[in-house]
Design a protein around this ligand. Sequence first.
Ligand code: SF4
Length: 637
Amino acid sequence: MTPQQIEVALERILPRVAKPGRYTGGELNQVVKNWDEIDYKVAMAFPDVYDIGMSNLGWMVHYDIINKHRNLLAERVFCPWDDMEAAMRERNMPLFSLETKHPVRDFDLLGITLPYEQLFTNVLNLLNLAGLPVRAADRDASHPLVVAGGHACYNPEPMAPFIDVFVIGEGEEALLEIIGTMRAAAHLDREAQLRHVAQIDGCYVPRFYDVAYHPDGTVAAITPNVPEAPPRILKRIVPVLPPPVTDFIVPFVQTVHNRAPIEIMRGCTHGCRFCHAGMVTRPVRERPVEDVLSAMQTIIEKTGYEEIALMSLSSSDYTHVLELTEEVGRRFGHLGINLSLPSLRIETVSTQLMDNLGDGRRTGFTLAPEAATEKMRNIINKHVTHEELLETAREIYRRGWRTIKLYFMIGHPMEEMSDVEAIADLSRQVLAEGRRFHNNQAAVNAGVSTFIPKPHTPFQWEAMGRMEDIRDKLGYLIREFRRPGLKLSWNDPDESVFEGILTRGDRRLAEVVERAWRKGARFDAWFDHFRCDAWYEAMAEEGLDPAFYSHRQRSIDEIFPWEHIDIAVTRRYLTKDYLMSQRQETRVDCREHCFACGILPKLKDLRRETPDEAWKCPPVTKVVNRQARRSVKSPAS
Ligand code: SF4
């Protein structure tokens, strides 16, 4: 079908599907270029529906960077919802881009953002709807090159047969280098093209690696099978954060986050042992205050958004967070812009910062203690005292917030029932703080998720908690939270098990992913779509034991399926930190004391190319925020 035929077909379909605005394109700030004038065309796909994808900053950054190049174009592609998929399959209508309705197979490259494992089956469905063979081995140079990037690619093995190239780490520069290489190699066959791409730093071409297994099923070796493929793929780090996106496309459909995000800082150095993002996004790099403010100005002018989110893994650690939020108030306060800082750390959120967050809608304030006892917080290396937690809650309620959202995890290593009971106790104590100011208007919403050991973290050796224990603990919390002012939400433990299997899976799981997809699994991140049965059947049919992946303690010297993926943080550092957790020993934030995690030597190499002072490791600032916290303690406390 041509773009014109797709347009015509859409006229007939859209009146009969939910949220037709997901498929129309034509929004403010979309970029439409003349195909006849452009050398290389990229379909930028987020493998979920429009409402989710349009709020993903990582995907937007790449759309923006490519379209800033005069001779390149990027157009958006999302997964159609069930009703639209049925209508498309009925008409044999290929998946298309929103900007010009070109079928995906007309593009030179299909870029897929892969932030989490629950999107794996959607990727296969997306390839299939585009009329592309789902396996890379069945595609050739006449097909778009399929490139994936994002946090779920730090263990790419369960998706290895479906993707031509994985970008390990930050893609802002690597994607442009891949495009440059593919344009220069356009005359070659796919194999030859990929041999060139395999030499780009951070690019992993899985077909050039063979995996061998021990009789017990653990990995024995991962070996390159062509000279161009390096034994280990070092993640890409961009020395300086790229210019922030400002021309956000203003969606026609309500999206999960109806706001404009600005990344103020990348990386975090607190070293929480369960936190994948905290390990893979090192080192910390901060965006200058003036860059953030001028981006806000442009966003307000170009989009009309009323809320702007200052994004990072821990925004209260941003060196100039007080100066920035004060200046935002001064420059934009009169416009009634809502400022949100999605992730504030209990240890570094100051009362001054709370005050700076203005008189906007004080819907809820989020804190993430993750565990309710100091023993457990030491084990996970989230060292905040009980008193600090209650004091922070008190100051939040004193300033007018009536609801505090608390995030916890259950199933952590060495967790006892008393640690779970403490979650209910702590939530009641926080509520009591709230009632001092708001009586029964005060509320505590607790979110509980099941701990999932993640690759490249100190807990990568751990087994998940036994499901019957998890269910017992969840049952206890559900009963304890049936009280006025308390609310509990939780993740489905079964879904967490499958994330746990896929996140530490090996290449044999790719067969399971494909089988589950052929059985109808898709939109696995949506609780009403997650097909647990299809996944278990697929595992059984492949003769694989789910517990081998999710509930097996790894030996300290086991070779991991992701052993060839180098995040620059060394195995030696992770092993040491893991053993410290077993002794309940903590590490301070490495902004205060460097623990030589391995990033520094890698930075030295990079520094040779970019002698820019913008990024140091450790950055110098944490101490400042702690002082701010202490100095403005309110007189009443
Ligand atoms: S090199 Fe040191 S300061 Fe930098 S992230 Fe690693 S431990 Fe922290």
